[in-house]
Design a protein around this ligand. Structure first.
Ligand SMILES: Cc1cc2nc3c(=O)[nH]c(=O)nc-3n(C[C@H](O)[C@H](O)[C@H](O)COP(=O)(O)OP(=O)(O)OC[C@H]3O[C@@H](n4cnc5c(N)ncnc54)[C@H](O)[C@@H]3O)c2cc1C
Length: 308
């Protein structure tokens, strides 16, 4: 029986897509088909579909905006659960509400929207989220950050569905945030978070957003297809600087190329495959190691055997 038929009773059929190309759900625009993609709107729909998949032994994977993932060219044999919304709607996985100095956001809220809504409410702390094309769930998992801050610095609590099916809320200190990482188990699903912010004049918050946006435009290949920074910055250095020093800017494999604007961005020139990107990543790592002795660690999550 096809995975679609196995899951069709667990969620409204308009929320299920059969043989869905993952390239459409990745900012790097690569990836073969997933047997089924599910787009739940509410926490209970999410719980129903993940329970049905687990009971039937169907492998599943949760994604947000796919801006930190390199999907496999082979796609995914199982269920991909995508949690991302457009306009915030009460009661959905992309609800957004201010409560005094706190903002409560569903897993599917985009980080730029989160930053804008905090600014409008005169709350500071999320300005760095401007220009990060992820949503809250995926960004909490990877502790997204920029401009000297990260989500771990402003998260008060995280709500998630544990592998057991229990819905729990944990404090930030229990999430184990570190540089572009958290200790949230791979098979837990973040459903939302509360952010603790600092009151400030909305104009001051907007101004910082403006400065950060301009900085990005000047220093990153914002109009190219990419998955953001490929490698983590080694302690006390920058991966971009090392890649530049190793002469890798402009290096190309198939349709994947190391950006001339920022060496830590691998861009899709159009028609790239995940294999192109992976071969290029290996080449860059080798050259950087040969020239500088530094072993670069991936920031982007690579789908291998269905795991990211
Ligand atoms: C142009 C560009 C600029 C970028 N700039 C930055 C930057 O400045 N700083 C930065 O940190 N990153 C940056 N990124 C990378 C990326 O946007 C962030 O890492 C972002 O936080 C990923 O969020 P996402 O929703 O796209 O997650 P995805 O890529 O969809 O998923 C990332 C990981 O989280 C898991 N996941 C997704 N949703 C959930 C959930 N609800 N519960 C549990 N796990 C989940 C996935 O399985 C995967 O392992 C950039 C990317 C691009 C393309």
């Amino acid at each position: 029986m096809h995975v679609y038929e196995m899951l069709s009773g667990s969620i409204a059929s308009e929320r299920l897509r059969c043989d869905e190309g993952l390239d459409r759900h990745s900012t790097y625009r690569v990836g073969g088909p997933a047997d089924v993609m599910c787009l739940p709107r509410t926490r209970s729909e999410l719980l129903d579909v993940v329970t049905a998949a687990s009971v039937r032994g169907i492998p599943w994977l949760v994604v947000g905006n796919g801006s930190n993932i390199l999907f496999s060219d082979d796609g995914f044999r199982g269920l991909v659960i995508k949690i991302r919304g457009a306009v915030p709607v009460e009661g959905t996985l992309w609800q957004l509400a201010q409560e005094g100095d706190f903002i409560r956001a569903g897993a599917g809220v985009s980080l730029p929207r989160l930053a804008r809504s905090a600014a409008a409410a005169g709350l500071s702390g999320l300005e760095f989220c401007t220009g990060i094309p992820g949503v809250v769930g995926g960004s909490i998992r990877g502790n997204a950050g920029a401009h000297g801050s990260d989500l771990g610095a402003v998260v008060e609590s995280v709500e998630m569905i544990r592998p057991s099916g229990d819905i729990v809320t944990i404090r930030a200190s229990e999430a184990g945030f570190s540089y572009r990482e958290s200790e949230i188990e791979p098979d837990s699903i973040v459903t939302g978070a509360v952010f603790r912010l600092t009151p400030d004049e909305p104009e001051n918050v907007q101004e910082r957003i403006r400065v950060f946006t301009e900085y990005r435009k000047r220093t990153q290949p914002s109009s190219d297809q990419s998955a953001g920074c490929m490698f983590k910055n080694p302690v006390g250095d920058s991966a971009g600087r090392l890649i530049d020093a190793a002469g890798c800017k402009g290096l190309q494999v198939g349709g994947s190329r190391v950006s001339e604007i920022h060496g830590n961005f691998v861009i899709n020139l159009g028609g790239a495959t995940a294999s192109d990107a992976l071969r290029l990543i290996d080449l860059v790592r080798e050259r950087v190691f040969e020239r500088t002795g530094v072993a670069l660690e991936l920031e982007v999550r690579v789908m291998k055997s269905g795991v990211v």
